[in-house]
Design a protein around this ligand. Structure first.
Ligand code: UDH
Ligand code: MN
Length: 346
């Protein structure tokens, strides 16, 4: 007790100060590593804000799905140039019989679960490619092989959705595309939708897969029709519409079972909204259609003319707002999102 000298008291004081300093530094280290870093107390920079915003959009988009897509690198803040420097113009197409899906996957390893975004700039549009499909695996393979590099050269943020009609009932291209639109919007708020036949391969990457102020028809010419517009007003094969444009026309009619008419019906819907179909120059909007015969289960729809006469009367109640279906599965494959759906029968 009373035997401690003044030197002894001083030593004790030094010891306390030392212990206090030690505790403080341990606390400081702990708070840095547990996330409450000094940095977070500072206001985030504009770049950080942009990344946070995009990440939360991705989280929102991916909720309820696999989380792998979240790992996409933060979006750069510079907007991609109006004309991508990667474009090649007319490209040579290749329909190699021995082509395998695995090879296409390896060549497109930047694509995650069917989705891609440029790493050096922010894409000007986010585009969902919707492909109606049943039993055309070979065509799908050739399309994926050409389309992924094509879209990447255009510096787009995009995803490819393949909408598979389950069962053997008569095919319904239009209804599958409505389903594609509704399902894709559950993932992300896409700006632009490309409705794309599985057998049409674009020949020129200056035929841009982005949406315009007006609905856009991308197939001016194809090999099978001597690269001439099929007929005046043709609006089939590959078309591009903004999210709001498609919503405004109430999408496609659900009532066209079998081949034909649904694309003309969409043209009528577009015209009823006083929109005007635009087309890229004919030398760019060229496609090769992989040769095929008429599919069984997609016979010519004999009622199509009758249906087309009532479009003006029914478009408001036959379309996106009346599209009933049952999703059987959504598989996030490396190169596309495979949506298998029961759309019923005629
Ligand atoms: N589709 C399928 N599976 C089918 C039917 C259609 O995937 O069984 C899809 C596919 O995306 C296809 C699209 O629907 O590209 C349109 O169908 P289509 O290619 O049969 O239509 P097209 O305008 O008409 O090419 C083809 C008529 C066949 C004529 C052959 C004789 N000259
Ligand atoms: Mn075809």
């Amino acid at each position: 007790m009373g035997i401690c000298s003044s030197t002894c008291k001083m030593l004790r004081r030094v010891k306390y100060v030392f212990l206090l300093l030690l505790t403080l530094s341990v606390l400081a280290w702990f708070s840095m590593f547990s996330g409450g870093s000094v940095k977070s107390a500072l206001a985030p920079s504009a770049a950080t804000k942009a990344v946070i915003k995009r990440d939360s959009m991705q989280d929102e988009a991916n909720s309820g799905t696999s989380k792998v897509v979240r790992l996409i690198t933060p979006t750069p803040i510079v907007e991609c140039p109006k004309e991508s420097p990667l474009l090649q113009g007319a490209v040579r197409l290749n329909f190699e019989p021995s082509l395998k899906l695995k090879e296409v996957e390896v060549e497109n390893n930047q694509v995650t679960e069917g989705r891609y975004q440029p790493s050096s700039c922010t894409a000007r549009q986010s585009v969902a490619i919707l492909i109606p499909h049943r039993s055309r695996e070979r065509h799908l393979l050739y399309l994926l092989y050409h389309l992924h590099p094509f879209l990447q050269r255009q510096q787009l943020h995009y995803a490819v959705y393949v909408i598979q009609q389950a069962g053997n009932a008569t095919f319904n291209r239009a209804k599958l595309l409505n389903v594609g639109y509704l399902e894709a919007l559950k993932d992300y708020r896409w700006d632009c939708f490309i409705f794309h036949d599985v057998d049409l391969v674009p020949e020129n990457d200056k035929n841009l897969y982005i949406c315009d102020k007006q609905p856009k028809h991308l197939v001016v010419g194809r090999n099978a029709t001597g690269y001439k517009l099929h007929y005046k007003g043709y609006f089939g094969g590959v078309t591009a519409m903004k999210r709001e444009q498609f919503r405004k026309v109430n999408g496609f009619a659900n009532t066209y079972w079998g081949w034909g008419g649904e694309d003309d019906d969409l043209r009528i819907r577009v015209e009823l909204q006083k929109m005007k179909i635009v087309r890229p120059p004919a030398d760019l909007a060229r496609y090769t259609m992989v040769f095929h015969k008429r599919d069984s289960g997609n016979e010519v729809n004999k009622d199509r003319m009758k249906l087309l006469r009532r479009t003006t009367l029914v478009w408001r109640k036959d379309g996106l707002n009346s599209c009933k279906y049952q999703t059987i599965s959504v598989d996030r494959l490396p190169l596309y999102i495979n949506v298998t759906v029961d759309i019923g029968k005629p």
